[in-house]
Design a binder for this molecule. Structure first.
Ligand SMILES: [Zn+2]
Length: 107
């Protein structure tokens, strides 16, 4: 990944109704994509999607909705949270089993 950039600053639109030329100027001031080009490793420089540091081609819109908002969501066993909880529980079980094994040697 690239260097972190402040990406919340957008140019403000003028008060009067802008002509197409001014609109274009405003559009050109949009923040630039910070991803690297495949061809030569240079910066992409495409216009960044609002609220994201990268352009539409570099994952600016990325992914489907999370959790129950996703149409494929059925029971939540495979959510990031559920998997983290399972991992934690397995680690605790492993620790307990090791303690029990250590206890067998003592008695
Ligand atoms: Zn890009």
């Amino acid at each position: 990944m690239g260097v972190a950039m402040e990406n919340d600053e957008r140019p403000e639109a003028p008060a009067e109704k802008p002509g197409w030329l001014t609109s274009l100027e405003i559009a050109r001031q949009a923040l630039r994509c910070r991803a690297r080009r495949k061809s030569d490793g240079g910066q992409c420089r495409g216009p960044a999607v609002s609220g994201r540091p990268v352009c539409r081609l570099h994952g600016g819109k990325g992914g489907g909705p999370r959790g129950s908002r996703n149409g494929r969501y059925t029971h939540g066993y495979h959510t990031k949270e559920a998997k983290a909880e399972l991992k934690q529980m397995r680690a605790e079980m492993r620790e307990l089993r090791e303690l029990m094994r250590a206890g067998e040697d003592v008695f």
